[in-house]
Write a protein of this length. Structure first.
Lengths: 581, 138
């Protein structure tokens, strides 16, 4: 809590309805965010039980700087992932961090299974479980609208909810947060669904006085000026991350048609430049961030003669244009927007959906599966087929549909085709085929995410790195990000929040941390995540990389499996040393 | 000439809340954007428009007329000036404001009313807000 020497945790048992607001001074050394969530997950999780068992917790945490400094906008969710069975971690922007801060909680821990569908209501005076029978079955947009109307509130509000995919336990279902932001990765939506939890409404309006306005304002204003008056953030508010599409295509690093190629002939058509020119309707921001990186495109669809049109605003990012664009061979912006609209309503992670459909397309062409079970044909570039398949997977009416709902790794284990199932550590990969650090980073990263350690960025250093340099960079970057994510800053602002800036921001609000404290925290979280993963049965010595990553040339040329094995061996040596320290 | 706060270009607003945070921080010593004299909000969620609830600087302010002690008095150029030491906490101003933009903080003793000081304008990254020069009251 700001101005206090403890962390305030809201513990809700969804099964019994028991609510506790806990003061936890012992958690203060974790700062907040990822550190705090890791500690709480370790405390509550049950490694002996299934990820969807009622006892499993959902942890959501913010950090000490959340929304009181520019671009510190993330809330961190941690859970046991139903997609890969191990460490689940996902970050979302929007208004959630703001609402939690002024409702007066640093972390929420929800556990148990509600006896009937519910949503959780939290404000600074009350915590209530309310009936959600009538909301059950609604798509994510409709559920958000209804909750907004049901709870007018007087504070700044955040509304999280799942769609039908979460209710039906699709293992890569997401949690929608304020329509345009998501806890996307690793299946938090299915964990909500397993608890019969349709959504969470949080409203915050309490006052938190500033102890030292002068010093805080000085540091705030310096950070604000660097964000809005220098070109440090230009990429993110101009074209946004979709600027990557054309750039990666030109480097040969844009996964295309299930990574049969690193170049896409339709890249210009689906580029950030083309979206900005033709479809960009507006940009919006997370609360407390002046960048405004959320790019929203207008999807205008004719539904009748006499110029009858419907319209929808759809947010787009690089990962979405890759996973439901180039990876599926779709060169039509409208086609991509229609798919994005569908996954948003159903409440599915776009990356996992795209990777699963790309695998299914290739598996069908090779005769491993029969897509008539999905009631559709699948071929690269065919939007209608993919729209139908998404519907079929969420409905789960055939054995194939139910297998695909378990994720690409499970489906490939069942039907074959593991060599072209594009997941690392059971998590479908992000949109980069840059080289060794990218594959290694996602394989050994705690949540198997490209943003665990930015391997794709390490690959793009001007010169070729040695084995040692790659492994050390992947580890060092992940440790640094663990500390940064304990502040819950947006990773887009990571260059603004270098160590001196982060420490100055903490000091100005009365948290006098040293650089050594910072380094120690990053390392401690790293070790604790490794221990958690191993408690879930994950082994760093028993890792597979699908052959496709070695067959298709990356930005750095074809990757050599033997060199990769050496990298992995070296990583394990380093990890042994970290464990022993 | 006196100046008053206006919101002429809200169609450019991205909802970053930097304006509210500035007002809360510099005028009220609070981290909380709810403790600001202007409120940015969405109409119908983020699919809808962003709007600004601001003091419109009435020339004959209903809030000042309703104030029984004179703690609120008309300001040059429009709007009001608050003398907190004269406020008795009756909240008549909150009820009187026709636009509902006077905010009574939770557990607070005095209202949050716009001073038309312009700090919010200085922290708006998109030029949505402006200070406009207006003639003195006739």
């Amino acid at each position: 809590m700001l101005n206090e020497s403890y962390i305030r945790v809201l513990d809700v048992d969804l099964g019994t309805g028991r609510v506790r607001a806990l003061r936890r001074p012992d958690l203060q050394p974790y700062l907040g965010g990822v550190g705090l969530a890791t500690a709480l997950l370790a405390e509550y999780v049950r490694p002996d039980l299934d990820p969807l068992a009622p006892e499993q917790p959902i942890v959501i945490a913010i950090g000490p700087l959340s929304t009181i400094y520019p671009a510190v906008t993330k809330a961190i969710a941690m859970f046991r992932s139903p997609l890969n069975g191990e460490l689940g971690e996902s970050h979302a922007g929007g208004r959630l961090a703001l609402a939690m801060r002024y409702a007066g909680y640093d972390a929420l821990v929800l556990h148990g299974r509600a006896p009937r569908p519910v949503y959780l209501y939290v404000d600074s005076d009350q915590v209530l479980l309310k009936r959600a029978d009538t909301l059950w079955g609604m798509d994510a947009e409709e559920a958000g609208r209804v909750l907004r109307d049901l709870e007018p509130g007087r504070g700044h509000r955040s509304i999280m909810r799942i769609g039908p995919a979460g209710e039906r336990l699709v293992r890569y279902a997401l949690v929608n947060c304020e329509t345009y932001r998501h806890f996307g990765r690793l299946g938090l939506g299915a964990v909500f669904g397993s608890k019969l939890l349709k959504g969470i409404y949080i409203s915050g309006d309490c006052d938190i006085p500033i102890p030292n306005v002068k010093e805080y304002n000085r540091v705030y204003t310096e950070i604000y000026r660097r964000i809005v008056s220098t070109d440090a953030m230009q990429k993110y508010h101009d074209l946004g991350t979709p600027a990557n599409v054309l750039a990666l295509h030109e480097l040969g690093a844009l996964p295309t048609r299930n990574l049969q190629s690193g170049r896409f002939e339709g890249a210009a058509e689906i580029s950030g430049e083309a979206f900005a020119e033709h479809d960009l309707m507006r940009k919006v921001a997370c609360s407390g961030c002046p960048i405004g990186c959320i790019h929203i495109a207008l999807l205008r669809q004719q539904f009748g003669d006499e110029h009858e049109y419907s319209w929808t605003g759809i947010s787009y990012d690089h990962e979405l244009l890759y996973s439901l664009g180039s990876l599926l061979g779709i060169a039509s912006r409208r086609g991509i927007l229609r798919l994005l609209d569908r996954v948003a309503q159903k409440g599915l992670d776009a990356i996992a959906t795209g990777v699963t459909l790309a695998w299914a397309t290739e598996a069908a062409a090779r005769g491993l599966i029969d897509t008539r079970e999905l009631g559709t044909d699948l071929s690269f570039g065919d939007v209608e087929g993919y729209l139908n398949a998404i519907e079929a997977i969420v409905e789960g009416k055939s054995e194939l549909a139910r297998q695909l709902a378990l994720g690409v790794t499970a489906a490939a284990r069942r039907y074959g085709g593991e060599d072209f199932a594009l997941a690392l550590g059971g998590n479908p990969v992000a949109g980069y085929h840059t080289g060794y650090a990218n594959v290694l980073g996602q394989l050994v990263g705690a949540r198997h995410s490209h943003v665990d350690n930015g391997g794709y960025s390490i690959d793009q250093k001007p010169r070729e790195l040695t084995d040692e340099e790659i492994v050390d960079a992947v580890i060092a970057e992940e440790q640094e990000r663990n500390a940064l994510n304990s502040l819950a800053i947006c990773m887009f602002a990571r260059k603004i929040y270098d160590r001196p800036t982060a420490l100055a921001a903490l000091k100005a609000i009365g948290i006098p941390w040293t650089e050594q404290d910072w380094v120690d925290l990053g390392r401690r979280i790293y070790r604790e995540k490794v221990a958690l993963k191993e408690s879930f049965g994950f082994s760093y010595r028993d890792l597979r990389v699908p052959a496709r990553f070695f067959e298709t040339p990356s930005m750095r040329g074809r990757l050599d499996p033997q060199r990769f094995a050496r990298l992995l061996e070296l990583f394990n040596e380093r990890l042994d040393a970290i464990r022993a320290a | 000439m006196p100046k008053v706060l206006t919101a002429p270009a809200m169609s450019r607003c991205i909802g970053c809340y930097s304006c509210m945070l500035a007002c809360a921080r510099l005028n009220y010593g609070s981290y909380s954007p709810r403790h600001a004299a202007l409120q940015i909000r969405t109409q119908g969620g983020l699919q809808g428009r962003l709007v600004a609830d601001i003091c419109r600087a009435c020339r004959e302010p209903a809030c000042a007329e309703a104030c029984p002690t004179g703690a609120l008095s008309p300001r040059r150029g429009g709007g009001v000036t608050l003398r907190t030491e004269e406020c008795i906490g009756c909240q008549a101003c909150v009820r009187a404001c026709p636009l509902g933009v006077i905010y009574w903080p939770k557990n607070g003793r005095t209202p949050i009313v716009c001073r038309h000081c312009g700090v919010c304008v200085r922290y708006c990254p998109h030029g949505c807000l402006a200070m406009e020069e207006v003639p003195d009251a006739e």
